[in-house]
Design a protein around this ligand. Structure first.
Ligand SMILES: [Zn+2]
Length: 429
């Protein structure tokens, strides 16, 4: 999957003698290259058109189309590209990217051109400069991002008295998601693809449309530093929030409770039946005798599976909507018997597994913390006391008076980075 991020560039170029190059001079160079690009594009179209005419005449005489390689000894785009080896200052890889694109465009519309349905493309003045992916190099120094764009061929380097074909720019990083994208391009999570440098006439500025790609279909603009704290099952199956955000996601799980009550009632009546049953099930062992009960267990498992899928999906959608790149949860393995959880028998392991799986698909990292005191700690002032919870559903801090829904308070604690270490330290005092 390909995505584009628009980057404002600040000139940061020095010449061969180490002198700063004024941005106006860089802009002049870019405009020169733009002019050359436009010429190359229009000439390429001309070559394509000539070949197309030749090819159609050939067809009239021979009743078959000629093979490009027999006539041109290259492919058409290779042949056209060869025409621009000299006579311009464009870095060769970029130049051939441009030529290939034009030839592709021509071939896509060739029959329309021939029938006269479309007039032959004529490229206007404000053309973008194509950049081959190998012409782009990103660098980060002391938290500042720089980009080196190979733009000039040898003739150009000489003409402008530069050290090499690259022109250096500082990237103006306007927000955190841009920063995250650049960081991932640097650490190879994303691959930089062929991109375009274009002049924005409104802003009077050259901008880079940086194209990057990644394997899976994930939303990767998410902010890794933004943690969604997910509390599972104190009062509700899920309560999730970002630290300091009043808004929260609460999944109340009423349907589970209803289902459970219905099922329990049915189970009890069936077990009673089983004990006294006088039909064919007797004498075939406990498994056969309690068959309807086991069927109910299957039904519970299916219901749970469906509900957990739904809950985890809702949670991940909430995380993406809030730009959270990280989900933090308590590691609940081994605490399934804790009496004050919403439903003792509800499989939190299953729910967490589903959350983790869907998070991965969405490009969200899952972090587990030790499940200690997150429900007794005041998320506002850090005071820990089991009497902070006068009633199960309510949290009221005995120290600062902060009062909130208990699940929300717990999720606030869980949304704090390294909260288990912080709590350990607080308990040491
Ligand atoms: Zn407090």
């Amino acid at each position: 999957m390909n995505k584009v991020v628009k980057l404002a560039l600040i000139c940061n170029q020095i010449d061969k003698d180490g002198n700063d190059v004024d941005y106006k001079d860089i802009y002049k160079i870019l405009w020169d290259l733009q002019y050359q690009t436009r010429n190359i594009k229009n000439k390429s179209i001309q070559y394509c058109w000539e070949y197309s005419n030749f090819s159609s005449d050939y067809y009239k005489e021979n009743h078959e189309y000629p093979k490009e390689k027999d006539i041109l000894s290259y492919t058409l785009s290779g042949f056209v590209n060869d025409k621009f080896k000299t006579g311009n200052e464009l870095y060769s890889a970029n130049c051939s990217t441009t030529v290939r694109a034009v030839c592709g465009e021509f071939k896509n519309s060739e029959s329309d051109f021939r029938k006269g349905n479309k007039s032959i493309i004529s490229y206007k003045t404000n053309q973008p400069l194509d950049l081959h992916n190998k012409s782009i190099k990103l660098e980060s120094v002391n938290g500042i991002f720089y980009i080196y764009l190979k733009l000039l061929n040898r003739g150009g380097v000489k003409k402008y008295n530069f050290k090499n074909s690259e022109i250096k720019f500082k990237i103006y990083v306007r927000d955190n998601s841009t920063k995250v994208i650049l960081q991932r391009c640097l650490d190879d999570t994303y691959k930089i693809s062929a991109s375009k440098l274009l002049y924005n006439q409104k802003k009077k500025q050259w901008m880079l449309n940086l194209v990057y790609s990644f394997d899976n279909d994930v939303n990767n603009n998410l902010d890794k530093e933004k943690i969604l704290g997910v509390d599972l099952g104190i009062h509700y199956p899920i309560c999730a929030s970002v630290y300091g955000d009043y808004s929260r996601l609460t999944i109340d799980g009423g349907e589970i409770e209803n289902f459970r009550r219905k099922v329990e009632a049915r189970k009890i009546s069936l077990l009673k039946q089983g004990k006294n049953c006088g039909d064919g099930r007797i004498g075939h062992g406990i498994a056969t005798r309690n068959l309807p009960v086991y069927k109910i267990e299957d039904k519970i498992a299916r219901f749970r599976d469906t509900a957990n899928h739904k809950y985890s999906r809702t949670l991940i959608e909430y995380a993406v909507k809030n730009n959270c790149g990280t989900i933090q949860m308590e590691d609940l393995t081994g605490v399934t018997n804790e009496s004050n959880r919403f439903l003792k028998n509800w499989s939190y392991y299953d729910l967490q597994t589903k959350i983790e799986y869907k998070a991965k698909e969405a490009g969200i990292e899952v972090v587990y913390i030790k499940p200690r005191y997150t429900s007794q700690r005041c998320s506002k002032c850090g005071f820990i006391d089991k009497n902070n919870r006068p009633v199960q559903a309510r949290f009221s801090c005995l120290k600062c008076g902060y009062s909130e829904n208990a699940d929300y308070n717990a999720s606030q604690n869980i949304s704090i980075k390294d909260i288990d270490k912080i709590i350990d330290k607080e308990k040491e005092k």
